[in-house]
Design a protein around this ligand. Structure first.
Ligand SMILES: NC(=O)c1ccc[n+]([C@@H]2O[C@H](COP(=O)([O-])OP(=O)(O)OC[C@H]3O[C@@H](n4cnc5c(N)ncnc54)[C@H](OP(=O)(O)O)[C@@H]3O)[C@@H](O)[C@H]2O)c1
Length: 260
């Protein structure tokens, strides 16, 4: 009797936060998982804990050549991928009083360009996969313009459009595309936030929710439901009202120091 082969995943940003918790959920099912991030040690720990299931393919995903090599490595070892979860990302806030375009550059490079390098590497492998599924982790930030989120919001809005457009173009090939839009999740990334994070979820709960929903192949996984219920109507308001809401969220910054 032939057994179904284990599903093959590639997950980026597996060293920490949502990615690390998702890796656990995936590996617990017996699936095979290729894991990427710059830090190698957490990936090696995963491969020791789940022997024979983990392919460690580390690297800085903002380097397109590195990503190509990761794709080649996965191709040599496995020849195909069934699911690709592009989760690696970063967040930096902008101070408009001292607007620094290098912040935009760095955040867009990590969240949008690196993700597109990963898509380029992943698509040929997904085309050989079984019931192929491409998943991108965006953010609920794209629902409403928020103060200081110029870089992060722009990168995630771009990422959302990239995936939604790609979904149309990949439909004929049977590659399904899901966008994940988390609200706040407690991770090392959000531990740096100096503002309240309403309805924030623990990372394990977020990972379990995402993984459970992936089976249904939804176009979008947005959570927590209560947070989205509040955010969704705001996203439909006229721009003037959205501006008024955004202005109310601005906290008084400390006065700029006189450099003299
Ligand atoms: N936490 C939230 O509330 C929240 C809300 C909405 C969306 N998100 C999104 O969810 C995703 C995961 O975030 P998180 O909160 O789990 O953050 P996190 O704990 O900081 O994890 C980010 C992951 O991305 C990897 N990464 C970052 N830059 C990379 C690069 N240049 N090359 C390779 N890997 C890189 C990091 O690994 P290394 O540092 O080892 O490279 C790490 O594994 C992000 O896309 C984030 O924007 C999070």
């Amino acid at each position: 009797m032939s057994r179904t082969p284990p599903r093959r995943y590639w997950l980026t940003g597996a060293s920490s936060g949502i990615g690390a918790a998702l890796a656990e959920e995936i590996l617990k099912t017996g699936a095979h998982l290729a894991v990427s991030s710059r830090q190698v040690a957490p990936l090696k720990v995963l491969s020791q804990r789940y022997p024979g299931q983990v392919l460690v393919v580390p690297g800085d995903l903002t380097n397109s050549q590195t990503v190509r090599e990761i794709g080649q490595q996965i191709s040599e070892d496995w020849g195909s991928l069934d699911s690709v979860i592009l989760n690696a990302g970063t967040c930096e806030y902008v101070d408009a009083r001292q607007f620094d375009a290098s912040i935009i550059e760095h955040v867009v490079r990590t969240n949008l360009l690196a993700t597109s390098y990963c898509i380029e590497a992943a698509l040929p492998l997904l085309r050989n996969g079984i019931a192929p599924h491409l998943i991108g982790v965006a953010s609920s930030v794209t629902y409403l313009p928020l103060p200081r989120a110029e870089a992060y919001g722009a990168s995630k809005a771009g990422l959302r459009y990239l995936f939604e457009s790609l979904r149309i173009d990949l439909a004929d090939e049977g590659i399904e595309v899901t966008v994940v839009s988390p609200g706040f999740v407690d991770t090392p990334l959000t531990a740096k936030n100096d503002f309240p994070m309403p309805l924030s979820w623990p990372v394990g709960k977020a990972a379990r929710h995402i993984f459970a929903r992936l089976n249904e192949r939804p176009l979008e996984i947005a959570f927590p439901a209560l947070f989205m219920a509040a955010l969704w109507p705001l996203s439909k308001l006229p721009s003037r009202l959205q501006l008024a809401i955004g202005k109310r969220m601005v906290r008084k910054p400390p006065p700029l120091r006189d450099p003299a």
